[in-house]
Design a binder for this molecule. Structure first.
Ligand code: ADP
Ligand code: MG
Ligand code: ZN
Length: 481
């Protein structure tokens, strides 16, 4: 019988920090699409001799915020090293990075995965997260290669996980959580299409029950969630086959070919690069004094896990709490609706299904919502107080979404508000009874369903403004006299 293997997965994620300028110079960080290649560069980030790096305080602050979101211990003293390799995208011939002493030490995050009805949670360790500068971007044509240095020197945070994941689903959930956290604390925009989040995946197998890890391969530079999932699943299958044939997994660096859906060797351990790390002589150690760190901590928003717990405490399901904390803006919108007086459950329903659904259909974010939180709360209030029915509220919602008008005003305008004046309701009921002797006779014969026809008649008379449930009661009361 073939041996059962357990996958072991660890991720190294590069996120581009959302600072205004690059890591060690004052060139703009983040490509302005309108400006062409090699326009956002200076002697420093294009590696001219004699230039010196200057640390970007803003990037450091974002790196620390990111670390705090990952539950990392912030190291008071960290330092930079030179990592050497030769490639056209690296003008200095080395990359400035943190190696032995990263700014963010050990941390831990919680991931959620599995089906909606059976969500599972698991803690994943963060080994560390360090600051570094990005390389330039090269593009290879048939006859030549081009290099764009706009990206050279952009600030990155590399987040290195512990080998704690056991399936592609867990890795996917981990990636989702990293992206949520980085965006939550404004550390990175994580726009994968712009290359602001890039993933290296390490995969190995071990026989189930064995403690020692097996030989791993590393798949470099994945730039979509789908590629991460596909590459992991492919690699698990490939390694299983190798091991089942009695062969050994070769430790090597691979590339994902998303056209053919296979991994391809890039280099093996034998030709692994020797980076000849040594301390960066042109940068002093990065020292985060207590007051500075306290200031950064004080500026941190409440993190998604805390918010989720709070929302569950309000009676929401774990799933809904997850949807309502998908971004910080969504969570804050929900809280604003509550603050304006809406009950949690109703507010959650309207946001998770109606509002997010409508926004999603247009590829919009909650920041673009045409319905302000207070207005949604007002709409919910009208339903809660029985002024309008849920069905009517849906109509009002659609109009609000189209026009941005307020709920109460729209209810007036559309003539929707339900009549709750008992005198008027009884009058309509009596009228309907007088006009439909057959239905009355049927009812008296014991056919209680006949009351439905009368309710219908009242709804027509009242143009839908009578509350059907209350009308039913009134009709039964009058007919039973
Ligand atoms: P390197 O120095 O070669 O980058 P690290 O020890 O820093 O290697 O690990 C890099 C990543 O690989 C980490 O995310 C780690 O969790 C993961 N990793 C290490 N060993 C294994 C293994 N045997 N199987 C799967 N992932 C692993
Ligand atoms: Mg590595
Ligand atoms: Zn520059």
């Amino acid at each position: 019988m073939a041996t059962q293997f357990e996958p072991v997965i660890g991720l190294e994620i590069h996120v581009q920090l959302a600072s205004k300028t690059k890591m060690f110079c004052t060139c703009p960080n983040g490509m302005d699409e309108s400006s062409g290649p090699n326009t956002e560069i200076c002697p420093r980030c294009s590696g001219q001799p004699g230039t010196l790096p200057v640390m970007n305080e803003g990037a450091v602050r974002l790196g620390v915020r990111a670390g705090l979101a990952l539950g990392c211990k912030t190291n008071e003293v960290s330092s930079f090293e030179r990592k050497h390799y030769f490639y056209p995208d690296l003008p200095k011939g080395y990359q400035i990075t943190q190696n032995a002493h990263p700014v963010n030490g050990r941390g831990e995050i919680e991931i959620t995965f599995g089906p909606k009805t059976n969500l599972q949670k698991k803690k994943i360790g963060i080994h560390h997260a360090h600051l570094e500068e990005d390389a330039a971007k090269s593009s290879h044509e048939a006859q030549y290669s081009l290099v764009d240095f706009n990206r050279a020197g952009c600030p990155l945070l590399e987040i290195v996980s512990m080998p704690d994941m056991r399936s592609a689903d867990e890795a996917y959930a981990y990636l989702t959580e990293i992206k949520r956290l980085m965006k939550w604390v404004d550390a990175s925009n994580c726009d994968m299409e712009k290359g602001e989040l890039r993933v290296d995946v390490n995969v190995s197998l071990r026989p189930v029950g064995q403690e020692k890890f097996g030989t791993r391969t590393e798949i470099k530079n994945l730039n979509s969630f789908k590629a991460v999932r596909d590459a992991i699943n492919y690699e698990i299958a490939r390694q299983t086959e190798v091991l089942n044939k009695g062969e050994k997994v070769v430790q090597q660096t691979l590339l994902w070919d998303k056209e053919q859906n296979i991994t391809k060797p890039m280099r093996s351990k034998e030709d692994a690069l020797d980076y000849r790390y040594f301390p960066e002589p042109d940068l002093p150690p990065l020292i985060l004094r207590k007051d500075r760190l306290e200031k950064i901590k004080a500026d941190m928003p409440e993190l998604p896990a805390a918010k989720e717990a709070k929302f569950v405490g309000l009676g929401l399901s774990a799933y809904d709490a997850g949807v309502l904390t998908i971004t910080r803006a969504v969570a804050e919108y929900f809280e604003a609706v509550l603050k304006a007086g809406a009950p949690a459950k109703a507010a959650a329903n309207w946001i998770t299904t109606d509002l997010l659904g409508a926004l999603h259909a247009e590829n919009k974010e909650i920041e673009d919502s045409p319905i302000a939180a207070e207005n949604l709360a007002e709409l919910i209030g009208l339903v809660e107080s029985g002024k309008i029915s849920r069905t009517q509220a849906k109509t009002v919602f659609e109009k609000m979404y189209q026009t941005g008008e307020k709920a109460a005003a729209l209810v007036e305008k559309l003539g929707l508000s339900q009549v709750s004046d008992e005198g008027q309701l009884f009058a309509w009921a009596q009228e309907a009874i007088n006009e439909a002797p057959k239905a009355v006779a049927d009812f008296k014969k014991g056919n209680r369903a006949a009351v439905g026809a009368l309710v219908g008649a009242v709804m027509r008379k009242s143009k839908g403004k009578a509350n059907p449930k209350r009308m039913n009661e009134i009709l039964v009361e009058l007919l039973s006299k």
